[in-house]
Design a protein around this ligand. Structure first.
Ligand SMILES: NC(=O)c1ccc[n+]([C@@H]2O[C@H](COP(=O)([O-])OP(=O)(O)OC[C@H]3O[C@@H](n4cnc5c(N)ncnc54)[C@H](O)[C@@H]3O)[C@@H](O)[C@H]2O)c1
Length: 362
């Protein structure tokens, strides 16, 4: 098929390239003709992506468009309930299909809404942000936040298809592209040193959007999910940067509202610092990572009181067992180890270090 790269995955059909040339139309043709389609968007993907998407198949013209408000603070059960009411009102059944057209917020929530309604409707992801394309849409993790705890409610259920068309990136604001960069850096740091060397210095956002770089990053995630879909082992390395990243994101939700990708970048720096302190990562490698993060992300001042509270949020992280805080840590650039017990003191030291960077750099 012209312009389309098929990415082999055990769990979903994944295609990269012009969505009009993809198998999406065929997939729609193959479904029950009387089946309904719901398209979930947020305010921005409604305005910037929907018109283009609707031209992919005539059936989309009669689809029910369901809009959720943009912003991480809306990734909550209350908003899901409103959508379930709409699906009930329009009598959606298990033969029907949900399409999630948006960034990680829409794909995480839309996947959850579809997976739970009437014990599960088929769903498809059409990611529109960089972070959504290379990370959030892949792997079947769906869910919502609960209080200050990230993705505390949810389940793993894979979409039938993931159609990744970089055309949607044309309207993504530059800072959102940089947030996707954080997850790309993570993929390279945990698995692919040569990709790290390729992307650690970018002169221009557009350098990140090269097809070859996007595909390499997507394949890293797909490959890990194929090995361990239920996160019993190696999938945990994808959480590198996220123990502290989620702690920061959860703690500041509704206060500073730091974007997910920004928190992941800070989490990468903090968890690389811990990796160095534990002797897994050399100082040279750590400084390479720190200076990469410094070039693209700003550091925030974190007070001693905040550090105590962030550690409390981290204690409730899904990745922990009993009272231990567990992290995935780097054992060199391009390799990662999981289930590493990290003490509160080590977390606190890494957050003090981030604070120091904020005062010395910003
Ligand atoms: N399921 C997973 O494996 C996984 C992995 C990583 C992140 N996540 C989740 O993903 C979320 C973050 O994803 P995100 O960074 O895409 O955030 P997002 O979905 O909130 O999108 C960021 C912003 O970009 C806008 N946007 C998206 N596509 C656009 C387009 N084409 N044109 C213009 N504006 C556009 C959105 O409306 C929003 O304002 C977090 O909730 C995080 O927890 C999930």
């Amino acid at each position: 098929m012209k312009n389309i790269v098929k990415i082999k995955s055990k769990f979903s059909l994944i295609e990269f390239g012009n969505i009009h040339a993809s198998s999406l139309a065929m997939l729609i043709e193959g479904r029950d003709r009387s089946g309904k389609i719901g398209i979930i968007v947020d305010e921005n993907t409604h305005d910037y992506c929907l018109d283009h998407f609707l031209t992919v198949h005539p059936k989309f013209e009669t689809a029910k468009i369901i809009m959720i408000p943009a912003g991480e603070e809306n990734k909550v059960m209350e908003v899901c309930s409103q959508i379930w009411e709409v699906l009930t009102e329009y009598n959606f059944s298990r033969q029907d299909l949900i399409i999630n057209l948006g960034g990680g917020l829409v794909t995480d929530m839309g996947g959850f809404i579809a997976s739970v309604f009437k014990r599960g409707l088929d769903y498809i992801h059409v990611p529109t942000s960089l972070l959504g394309m290379i990370d959030a849409s892949i792997g079947g993790k769906t869910g919502v936040n609960f209080g200050c705890f990230k993705n505390q409610l949810g389940l793993i259920n894979h979409p039938k298809g993931i159609f990744i068309d970089p055309v949607f990136l044309e309207t993504v604001p530059a800072d959102e592209i940089i947030f996707g960069y954080a997850e790309m850096l993570k993929h390279s740091l945990i698995r692919d040193k040569s990709l790290w060397e390729e992307i650690k210095i970018i002169n221009n956002d557009q350098d990140l959007l090269l097809k070859s770089i996007l595909i390499k990053s997507i394949k890293i995630k797909v490959d890990i999910i194929d090995q361990d879909p239920n996160e019993g082992g190696v999938r945990k390395i994808l959480n590198f940067g996220h123990t502290i990243g989620h702690g920061l994101e959860g703690y500041y939700l509704g206060k500073k509202n730091l974007a997910h990708g920004h928190c992941v970048a800070l989490g990468i720096c903090a968890e690389s610092f811990i990796s160095m302190q534990k002797g897994f990562l050399s100082k040279r490698e750590y400084l390479d990572i720190e200076s990469c993060i410094r070039r693209s992300f700003y550091f925030i001042a974190i007070s001693a009181e905040e550090i105590t509270e962030i550690i409390q949020v981290i204690h409730n992280d899904k990745k922990n067992s009993s009272d231990n805080i567990k992290c995935s840590l780097l054992s060199g650039i391009g390799s990662c180890i999981f289930d590493q017990i990290v003490s509160e003191k080590e977390i606190a030291n890494s957050l003090f270090h981030l604070n120091l960077l904020a005062s010395s750099i910003n």
